[in-house]
Design a protein around this ligand. Structure first.
Ligand code: PRX
Length: 656
């Protein structure tokens, strides 16, 4: 390992990232055994994917997916519409499950699961095949077939993965809703997608408590016009109301099936799932991914980036409610035939060493987690890590936001023992899988950089007007060529799809992130260009939170911005004007609860400041830049001459 100009004294600010020069090459030992073990191999793949795209992906698809019927064209691209592996028939569930059983690997463990209270289950690929078939059979009995949307609001139990795969088995489209969202958010998603079936559980365990899920779902279903049936898993054993004719228990309708239903051959472009994510407007959008291209991208990026080996015990700590769980708990690793750890609960229950206890007991070899978790571990103290033997680990991953150099260094030395490469993976719900990341056998890493694009990813940095710029200076990050895992649309909103992603630079995918590329060709993600904030690696639109605030009868106007936070990356700061009601602590508490109820706990503002007026330009636009400075406690910078009400700013500063 070499280390240049090691300077750990500065904060994890963008400035710091810009000055980061340390370089950590992989060890010779790691490189020797790696899947991609020479720079030449990587460069050949990059060149082949760029110069002979169709040949490259044809070979990949034929080798790494099962085809019931062959495809014709590899890629039909009429920007922004892509079709991959045209006319072929495959099935993502078959690729994830049946293919391994058919190849004689049915006894291999697919899932090692641990619930928060400590209960454990292990499922082989053969077990998974039976469970998934049973679930798909139950779907048929509940009137769900190809093209129907199934909303899933469940704890991190094997049944969550089983339900997703059962949809894929018959061509139903899953829409997984993270089990922290509110009844309102569930209903919005159900209605937008016209979901027919809802799957949930009685509750889940979190920090030793049972959180009810069914009650929340009942409230959502009262407002969901399309949902006909609700399938309920018994997880916590609590009493829950069941609505006659609508609600059925998993153990009654799934466990009693024969478990024989085969995977249905599906056209390559059959919708696989919708996943709602925040954009720059108040309404979350349903990102659509289809079968073959997504499945191949998830598998190959998993194998390349995590240097997958047959004997790995791989653990991605994300929740299946986010894209990371879709691509790197279910579709990527399972298509590769990996053994995946799955954990239900909090990282600090019963104590702050829960993750390290899991790693030690299950001999986890590859760990994929988020910077916000790493920062929490640092805060909780090294003693929780020191208690455990983490020598099984060989590779570490990071996702969700840039990992600040301090957290990177701690992750590297304390968790990785200085020997495990770190793959800082940059990607998005829309990209389906990892787009830029070190390849652990060959890429010398720089803390804070997601390094280089994977084969098939052609980044392009442009200025405000869409012209290519000096990429060292930085600008908006676009991707200029289609790739198999790219989103195929926004559910029910084709215009927004074109407008949002493909109109800034016609024909190129606009990521919404700013980035720069240094002289070594390493990319540095510099944050969003839009009103999206990243709270603990979760994407939220400021406008979404503002809408929730103004839906309270005593709030007139609201402006929401992100402010730097040591743990969450960004915290939510809200500025409001009110109808004049007494704005004491009780009121602020009530408002926070109101946002929780409207969106979910993850959107609850950290600070709310009441002000007489919001700072606006003469044309009436809220000056968010100023509010960001106020929220961060920074000196106000820039031109304030167009401010309509300077007094409102000085009042905001006084209220700090
Ligand atoms: O801003 C980038 C940030 O997260 C956004 C995507 O969020 P989401 O669709 O929820 O997907 C998260 C998991 C893939 C991006 O636009 N982001 C994600 N990973 C990184 C990142 N920013 C910097 N470095 C990363 N490694």
């Amino acid at each position: 390992m070499t280390s240049h100009s090691a300077d750990t004294s500065q904060s994890g600010s963008i400035d710091h990232v810009l000055h980061e020069r340390r370089l950590f090459p992989p060890s010779a030992e790691f490189t020797k055994n790696a899947r991609i073990s020479s720079v030449q191999q990587y460069e050949d793949m990059v060149a082949a994917a760029r110069d002979t795209r169709d040949d490259f992906w044809r070979k990949e698809a034929l080798e790494h997916l099962h085809w019931f019927e062959p495809f014709g064209d590899v890629c039909q691209w009429e920007a922004p519409h892509a079709k991959w592996f045209v006319g072929g028939k495959t099935n993502a569930c078959y690729n994830c499950v049946d293919a391994h059983v058919a190849a004689g690997r049915g006894d291999k463990l697919a899932i090692i699961w641990e619930g928060e209270p400590g209960d454990q289950r292990k499922l082989t690929y053969r077990d998974l095949q039976i469970e998934v078939a049973k679930c798909a059979e139950a779907f048929a009995q509940l009137g769900v077939g190809q093209g129907d949307v199934v909303s899933i609001y469940m704890p991190m139990t094997p049944e969550l993965a089983i339900a997703m795969l059962a949809c894929a088995r018959i061509g139903a489209i899953h829409s997984v809703i993270f089990a922290g969202f509110s009844a309102e958010s569930i209903a919005d998603r159900n209605n937008d997608a016209s979901a027919k079936l809802m799957i949930t559980s009685d509750g889940l365990y979190r920090r030793g408590k049972v959180l009810p899920l069914k009650e929340t779902v009942d409230e959502a279903l009262a407002k969901s016009t399309s949902v006909e049936k609700c399938l309920v898993l018994r997880r916590t054993g609590g009493e829950v109301p069941m609505t006659e004719g609508r609600d059925v228990w998993w153990h009654d309708v799934v466990d009693t099936q024969p478990g024989e239903l085969a995977a249905v051959p599906l056209d390559s472009e059959t919708p696989l799932f919708i996943l709602y994510t925040s954009g720059s407007t108040g309404k979350p959008k349903g990102i659509l991914h289809t079968t073959a291209g997504y499945n191949l991208w998830a598998r190959r990026t998993f194998e390349w980036v995590f240097d997958y080996r047959d004997d790995d015990i791989y653990w991605c700590t994300a929740d299946c409610g986010w894209i990371t769980g879709h691509s790197y708990i279910v579709y990527g690793p399972m298509t590769a035939g990996a053994t995946c750890m799955m954990y239900e609960g909090a990282p600090n229950h019963p104590a702050e060493d829960r993750f390290w206890d899991l790693v030690e007991r299950h001999k986890v070899t590859v760990l994929y987690t988020a910077p916000t978790a790493v920062r929490a571990f640092i805060k909780w103290g090294d003693e929780h890590v020191d208690k455990h033997d983490l020598s099984s680990l060989r590779l570490l991953g990071s996702v969700g936001e840039g990992i600040n150099p301090e957290a990177w260094m701690w992750y590297h030395s304390k968790i990785g023992g200085g020997r495990c490469p770190i793959v800082d993976t940059w990607w998005q719900t829309e990209t389906g899988g990892i787009m830029m990341s070190p390849l652990p056998g060959i890429t010398p890493t720089k803390p804070g950089s997601c390094t280089k694009p994977l084969p098939g990813v052609i980044p392009n940095i442009v200025d405000e007007l869409g012209n290519e710029v000096d990429s060292e200076h930085g600008g908006k990050l676009c991707i200029s060529e289609p790739w198999p895992g790219m989103l195929r649309g926004i559910w029910g909103d084709p215009e927004r799809f074109v407008e949002q992603y493909f109109s800034d630079v016609p024909g190129q995918y606009l990521t919404g992130d700013n980035a720069r590329c240094d002289r070594d060709g390493y990319y540095w993600i510099m944050g969003r260009i839009d009103d999206v904030i990243n709270v603990s690696g979760h994407r939220l639109s400021t406008i979404e939170v503002e809408s929730a605030l103004v839906s309270h009868p005593h709030v007139c106007e609201a402006a929401v911005v992100g402010r730097p936070d040591d743990l969450k990356g960004q915290a939510i700061a809200a500025f409001i004007t009110t109808t004049g009601r007494d704005t004491d602590d009780e009121f602020l508490k009530e408002l926070k609860m109101h946002v929780r109820k409207q969106i979910g706990a993850l959107a609850q503002p950290d600070d709310i400041r009441v002000t007489a007026a919001l700072p606006k330009t003469r044309s009436g636009k809220i000056m968010r830049r100023l509010l960001r400075d106020v929220a961060a406690g920074r000196e106000l910078v820039g031109d304030t001459s167009t401010l309509e009400d300077l007094a409102s700013i000085s009042q905001l500063q006084e209220s700090e």
